[in-house]
Design a protein around this ligand. Structure first.
Ligand code: MTE
Ligand code: MO
Length: 425
């Protein structure tokens, strides 16, 4: 049964079953009038199919996260609640662009499995010339000029755990290490084109896309409604896309199928997935995602918080396992990546002795706005023992990673140089 011809149908069938299973688990299946017994039987069949597929699919031992559709193999992901962090070390096996199957997932609730044929985007609000409501189907979007753009999506909380492990500070939120980031080639239409077609008025100031995923309910039980965050019109008209493709494929369910907003260089939450409507407003808009969240709070910041966060800061990460064992007396080529929301990275300095001595890394990509650069450094450790690798990037706007990041209670924008332990044996 494992003949080459038999493989594709089996694969797609089990992928389909897995998807149905997850839909069911996340409450996405309609099951009125179906007995619990029947559902349990369906569940068992789908579970068995998911098990079979592991032999053919991506690496075995795929974990699951509640509400995420794609498989999450242990070698690629660390599951954190409803989210999946990419293992940065495993990016060494990838090229410039992060494959869709390996891209991190950050879900406030769970992935809705939407049907592109039923999908419509509604644009409305008093920032339009006639305060009317204009609808676009996916075909309507596809008829507009297509634009392709390479950009990273990075969670504002990427690196958050280092506030605690490296600076001894308390922060709230998902304890990401450095893998809440990925870079993809996005294809879609300019948000500017859609807004103009909808009749953008002269007085418009803010644009607020909203997701079609479920209402977000906090741990305290407060219903904050659907994920939505205002975007100043200037950014909306600049380089923002309504993306329907990721790395040459339709957007995967987990990354916003059929259409997501893509806001290059800005914190990940701006890039609203599964966008269903966009409010265009003549007054500034607010949502919990630009008032309570995604501002800096804490001793060093104003009581009402900083201004809403926009661009990402500078970061670097080694493509080396955390605590890796490295042989003494052998030359090693260590690799990593650096990126910034302000400008392309132009320089990366590395240290293999805990910051005692530094040397420039070799950059393998030209500085790219909204993208990262890959780099490498050769290392010949002579003496066994514990070592700390450091990488410090500088972007074209002159920002260099600091030694420490000023604390904020929600642990956003950690940009300090990370101390990466390895053991030489
Ligand atoms: N509708 C919707 N959009 C969303 C989110 C969400 O939960 N729902 N999460 C946001 C956050 S916080 C991040 S970091 C990015 C993550 O994008 P990814 O899951 O495609 O990596 O999506 C953003 N867009
Ligand atoms: Mo995020």
């Amino acid at each position: 049964m494992n003949t080459p011809e038999a493989l594709p149908p089996q694969l797609s069938e089990s992928a389909y079953d897995r998807r149905r299973l997850r839909q069911w688990l996340t409450g996405g299946a309609r099951a009125e009038g179906v007995s619990r017994r029947t559902l349990l039987r369906l569940l068992a069949v789908a579970g068995a199919a998911a098990g079979t597929s592991a032999a053919f699919g991506p690496p075995a031992a795929a974990a699951t996260a509640p509400g995420i559709v794609k498989p999450l193999p242990d070698s690629w992901f660390t599951v954190r609640g409803t989210n999946a962090e990419s293992r940065f070390a495993s990016f060494a096996e990838t090229g410039y662009h992060t494959p869709n199957e390996r891209f991190f997932v950050r879900n406030h609730t769970s992935t809705p499995v939407l049907d592109a044929d039923d999908w419509v985007l509604t644009v409305r609000g008093d920032g339009l010339t006639h305060d009317r409501s204009v609808e676009f189907t996916l075909d309507d979007l596809r008829r507009l000029p297509a634009v392709t753009r390479t950009a990273f999506v990075e969670c504002a909380g990427n690196g958050r755990s280092f506030f605690t492990t490296q600076q001894g500070q308390t922060v709230s939120g998902t304890a990401w290490t450095l893998g809440a980031v990925g870079t993809a080639r996005w294809r879609g239409v300019r948000l500017a084109d859609v807004l103009r077609r909808a009749g953008l008025g002269r007085h418009a100031v803010d644009v607020m896309p909203r997701g079609l995923d479920a209402d977000y309910v906090t741990a305290d039980g407060a219903n904050l409604g659907r994920v939505r965050r205002p975007l100043p019109l200037a950014k909306a008209l600049d380089d923002v896309l309504l993306a329907y493709e990721m790395n040459g494929e339709p957007l995967p369910y987990d990354h916003g199928y059929p259409v997501r907003v893509l806001v290059p260089s800005w914190i990940g939450v701006s890039s609203v997935k599964w966008v269903g409507d966009i409010e265009v407003s003549a007054q500034p808009l607010y949502s919990p995602w630009n008032t309570d969240f995604y501002r800096l709070f804490g001793d060093a910041h104003p009581v009402e918080g900083s201004a809403p966060l926009t661009r990402q800061t500078v970061k670097s990460a080694w493509e080396v396992e955390w605590g890796a064992q490295v042989a003494a007396g052998t030359a090693h080529r260590l690799t990593g990546r650096s990126w910034s929301g302000a400008a392309g990275v132009v320089r990366v300095d590395v240290s293999t002795d805990g910051g005692g001595t530094w040397r420039p890394a070799r950059l393998h990509d030209a500085p790219r706005r909204a993208g990262w650069v890959r780099w490498s450094a050769d290392w010949l450790p002579r003496t066994p023992g514990s070592y700390t690798l450091l990488a410090r990037a500088t972007d074209g706007a002159g920002h260099t990673q600091p030694d420490t990041t000023v604390h904020n209670t929600q642990g956003y924008l950690f940009d300090a140089v990370v101390r990466h332990p390895v053991t030489v044996t």
